[in-house]
Design a protein around this ligand. Sequence first.
Ligand code: TNX
Length: 737
Amino acid sequence: MKLKTMLATLLLAMLPFISFSQKGQLNLIPKPQSVCIGSGKFVINGNTTIKGNSDFAVKYLSDKIKSSSGIDVRESSSALENFIQIDVNSQSGLKREGYRLQITPEYIKIEANDNAGAFYGVQTLLQLMPASVYGEASGWEKWEVPCVKIEDYPRFGYRGAGLDVSRTFFPIETIYNFIDWISYHKINTFHWHLTDDNGWRVEIKKYPLLTQKGAWRGPDEVLPPSYGSGNKRYGGFYTQDEIKKVVKYASDRNITIIPEIDMPGHSKAVIHTYPEVGCTNENKQMSVNGEVNNVWCVGNEKSYIMIENIVKELVALFPSKMIHLGGDEVNMDNWKSCPSCQALMKKMGMKEEIELLNYFVRRMEKIVNKHGRVLVGWDEIIKGGDLQPSTVVYGWGSMKRGANAVRKGQPTVFLPGQYCYLDMKQSEYERGHNWAAIVTLDSTYKIDPIKMNDFTPEQEKLVLGVQGNLWCELLDRPARFMEYQFFPRLCALSEAGWTNPENKDYDDFYFRLTKTHYERLYNMGIAFRLPFPNVKYENNTLKVKLPYDWAVVRYTTDGTEPSATSNIYTGDIVTFEPEKFRFATFYRDYNKSISVGASNIELYNYITPKVSIESSYDAEYTNNRFPVSNITSYDFKKYWRINRRSQAGDYVLYTFEQPVECSKITVETGIPNITFYSVTDGYVEYSYNGKDFIKGEEFVYGTAVIEPKDRVKAVKIVFTGMSDALITAFQNLKIEK
Ligand code: TNX
């Protein structure tokens, strides 16, 4: 043996626990504050027993082991070895939600100050077990865990995940799964965005129409179709019974559910079911999210009576200290033209409508405070006047807007879109919004409201924590896109919320994630996103940079989607037809990334013949920022926008100056890459002479394809039903030789 190796062996044998820093360490996520790795292991087998005073944690752990491995870890208080002990002890000296996990060959001990800490000690222990502890064991696993001593506690007391269930409805089973998934990541708050313009999702006994009608959209419903719901009835809601059960389930897992009723804007679902609480006006000015007539009347006392009643039922369902009543993106044009709102302004001596928002928020504070709760609102609520010092602000628009709330003295949760909006696309090629940014895993990992601002120590105390948020306008497809958008970005967020900055390192996180945590996510049953490879074409050779060294990348050579049986990339590919290759990363043939070609070559060679447009839309509906000339430019990032819902009979006709010889024309509608505001019901027609039209494909998700037999003179988009937004958008034709 070499001297060095001998010394190392000696050291290891002498010290029961040795602390050293090594890439990944135990690949735990979120990374604990302090880890000492010992030697040896604890073996879980049929003789292992469990005891302790944290009843839920004890049962939860033995259930998890039993359901995955089949090993029955029985409760027994007498064992002196091969036991697991979970104790909550207020004298432990540990921090809130913190724990000490000690594993020796004889025992596993988890100590904590509170049940939350005991639960998190269990979560860390689960991560030390074979990943199949989250699912079903194969039978090949070794049910043993390494000897360690971990002392851990969270950086922030608020670590949130938010989900919008209005634009897309998720069944209650999905909510349970989601609560499990976030609890595995030591996230302790679920912010449930229960209402918005496009659906009211919480049963309120006093106002049954809110869910009987307001939870549904479709051609014959009070709410028109939106966000891909098309010409079918779409919706759903949660009964009070379901909510009570889910609140309890979450609370056992140390998750507080904060309900949000979004008011006074984003309220079309209320205004269309109980019109008496909306402003009486004919305002046609759209809110930023493309809605009209979606604002509560703040000058009408009936509004406050109804809100009081709603809040009364809400606080009975949700024990959470914080009650979120929205306050974002209010289209104040409604108030400008509403006699009751204007009368109120006059009476109160207000000059601007923003003061009406403050007036409304102050009344909401009173309503919520009366029940011993605190009000939460989006960052717009700091404008127009002061707030109660207890009122919590959710800083979403930018880091600065959150920071301003802190500087005004409000407790603040940080979820700036640029880091935390998980509805943002993850690369330019993927579906999702992009108004805040392209939000990569790395961006979410970086969020640090303390380091990114120069707060005083007093101000720092007002930083409650961070949250990852999923808005669901674009969640109708593809299947399980919710999981794709949340994971693994929520894993990054969990570390941003839990781990002290000196212990954070993105490369190290990425290593832990790809090396071990993917396998946990897989066993949790999550359809998580995988990064795609980076492909370049140089010197007649396709070169692939793997997203991580052990990634499996498969490819096709005929332009089709790679599948689990496609070839595995093993090295440079020499070819003269690089545009025919597609590559994708695979995980266990279960999950795959989007497919890509070489990023430095044109994959498609579209032709760009001169074309003119005729349509059924009047000039009054056009928007100067998106003129019709955009769709004759062949700049595929541009689009033409119409500010009205399309109806059966609407059309757009593209006429070529000269008939065009081509093999294929792809007709896409909606916003490029966001696929929103597209044709819901309709088809394409095309003509060789400009007079006689041949009926082509129906639009599917806003796209239809033509494969002509002759030279094409004209292409026509024909609507057969109403589109599912108040805006319609058209794109350049993609014409292939
Ligand atoms: C802004 S965040 C909104 C939401 C949208 C989201 C889309 C906030 C308070 N309002 O209504 O869903 O952007 O990213």
